[in-house]
Design a protein around this ligand. Structure first.
Ligand code: ZN
Length: 124
């Protein structure tokens, strides 16, 4: 079942884990915009953010990288798909990210709604 695992992240602890997103194999897709299942961070207990299959966790010390990932996620970007599309690659550093978000409103990987991490993480 390894291939059916997706990345979930906690932006506060700066960790990500591979977890199932659904128990229904028919719902599985590399383009899945949101998880059906929710998971809590094993460190702090926050509800973890669903990142998509392709998310590559920044180093724990890479604060800019994690802030970038959080901003993208909060604006509905997910690390979905198979990597083959015409939209520009998602930025990996915070200084590039806000401009990227405003310039890429129709991006291929913008597949979900905007959400505030501070609100989302407390949902039980
Ligand atoms: Zn956490």
């Amino acid at each position: 079942m390894e291939s059916f695992l997706f990345k979930f992240a906690c932006f506060d602890c700066r960790v990500s884990f591979k977890k199932p997103a659904t128990n229904n194999i028919k719902e599985y897709s590399a383009h899945l915009p949101e998880a059906v299942l929710s998971h809590k961070c094993m460190i702090c207990g926050n509800k973890m953010a669903f990142m998509g299959r392709q998310f590559q966790s920044p180093q724990k010390s890479d604060l800019s990288g994690w802030k970038s990932a959080q901003l993208l996620w909060e604006h509905g970007f997910r690390f979905v798909g198979n990597g083959f599309h015409n939209s520009p690659a998602l930025p990996k550093k915070k200084p590039d990210t806000l401009a990227f978000i405003s310039e890429n409103k129709d991006h291929n990987q913008k597949v979900s709604f905007s959400v505030d991490w501070e609100v989302y993480k407390a949902i039980t």
